[in-house]
Write a protein that binds this ligand. Structure first.
Ligand code: ADP
Ligand code: VHF
Length: 379
């Protein structure tokens, strides 16, 4: 398939490998599998493609040394295992990439690092510097410290966020099945799906949670990840870890998820997929229509209510009068300034309050539509 050849000379790829691919049947870290993966990635790196690796396996790798049998149900035990296991994992990756003279940099993320704009930008900067210095960033969730409320829990969606953050050309999800199947692969007669144009077309395809004792999230979170990436213009390959070389070479292995939208700016991607509004602006029906059309900025005249406490430069949700979130955007005014401005024209505001008030409340470059309406945008 010609479109897959994009992978041959891609500038930047995000590769995610699941616990099931890095764990031997006795529950210990499968060093041979890890070395084989690194050899293939290093070879790709030599051809000029930058690689960011999102790796799972910290919890699984830490269970053995702590003599915790199977996956403990106690969260604190998993966190202790992750702390021990992440050290082992990174040591192994450092040695394996070291054989190819490639330094690695460890990045442990929490959802807070993506929700806050300053931290998102900071993370993006660190990735850029690591890549500029020729290092391979190795990413996992900061399992040892993250609380239940702030947890991604699975690395599939984390990998999609990282792909957006570093503006990758493609996201590759490596797991223990060779493709997405039209039903649980263990069921006789199920068939692999080679191309997905849109996640919506998978209605009726049965996907389930984790497939092995070591994975988290199973195919459900992989499809969520593919949806996040493709809706921001990033194609996704899903296949087994044994197909790494073939996938990187653009061969027809596994499942290829086509991008469903054009590439958006980093700010727009952040607003749509990661940001959390600090407050809400309630829009009248005319303003909602103008925003959904995708060409208008939000002016004070179209706002009928303000909720929350926020300052200029912070993300807010734009909601219709029923409370449905239509878009998220960066607001230009403080929440205390807005009530006096509502429903007024910008000219009237300039005359009453001064030049600073003759401007958009949210500029159209600083806003992103939110699904389901947003799905139609820019496609
Ligand atoms: N429709 C499906 N197609 C393919 N795999 C599926 C499907 N539904 C469930 N699965 C399961 O998803 C598993 C992969 O997810 P998971 O165990 O979380 O792996 P990883 O550790 O790589 O993230 C597979 O082993 C497979 O059994
Ligand atoms: N962050 C956890 C892995 C979570 C996870 O998503 O696992 P998996 O489904 O195997 O990719 C760890 O390193 O053990």
């Amino acid at each position: 398939m010609r479109e897959r050849l994009e992978l041959v000379d891609a500038a930047r790829l995000v590769v995610k490998v699941g616990s099931s691919s890095l764990t031997a049947s006795d529950g210990t870290l499968d060093e041979e599998a890890l070395d084989a993966l690194v050899d293939a990635l290093a070879e790709k790196r030599r051809t000029g493609t930058e690689i960011v690796l999102v790796t799972s396996g910290a919890v699984a790798a830490g269970l053995g040394p702590l003599r915790l049998v199977g996956r403990s149900r106690i969260v604190a035990d998993s966190q202790a295992a992750a702390s021990v296991g992440m050290g082992l994992l990174i040591a192994r990756y450092t040695a394996a990439f070291g054989r190819h003279e490639l330094p690695v940099g460890q990045i442990l993320l929490t959802s807070e690092d993506t929700v806050r704009r300053g931290r998102y930008r900071n993370a993006a900067r660190t990735f850029e510097r690591l890549l500029a210095h020729g290092a391979v960033p190795i990413v996992n969730e900061n399992d040892a410290l993250v609380t239940a409320e702030l947890r991604f829990g699975d690395n599939d969606r984390l990998a999609a966020l990282v792909a957006q953050l570093v503006r990758a050309d493609a996201l590759l999800l490596f797991t223990d099945v060779d493709a997405l199947y039209d039903g649980p692969p263990s069921r006789p007669g199920t068939k692999p799906i080679s191309v997905v144009d849109s996640i919506d077309e998978l209605e009726g395809v049965e996907v389930s949670g984790r497939g092995s004792a070591f994975g988290t999230g199973g195919m459900v979170t992989k499809l969520q990840s593919a949806d996040m990436a493709t809706s921001s213009g990033i194609p996704v390959v899903l296949t087994s870890t044994s197909n790494v070389r073939a996938a990187l070479a653009g061969e027809d292995v596994g499942t290829w998820f086509r991008p469903t939208r054009k590439r958006a700016s980093r700010l727009q991607v952040w607003l749509e997929h990661a940001a959390q509004g600090r407050g809400r602006l309630v829009l009248d029906a005319g303003a909602v229509r103008a925003i959904v059309r995708g060409t208008a900025s939000l002016l004070p005249a179209g706002i009928v209510g303000v909720e929350g406490d926020f300052g200029p430069g912070e993300p807010v949700e734009l909601v219709d009068e029923e409370g449905t979130v239509v878009a998220r955007g960066i607001v230009a005014f403080d929440s205390s300034e807005l009530p006096d401005m509502l429903g007024r024209s910008t000219r009237e505001l300039r005359e009453r309050l001064g030049d600073r008030f003759e401007r958009e409340v949210v500029h159209r470059d600083d806003l992103a539509l939110v699904a389901p309406v947003g799905r139609e945008q820019g496609s």
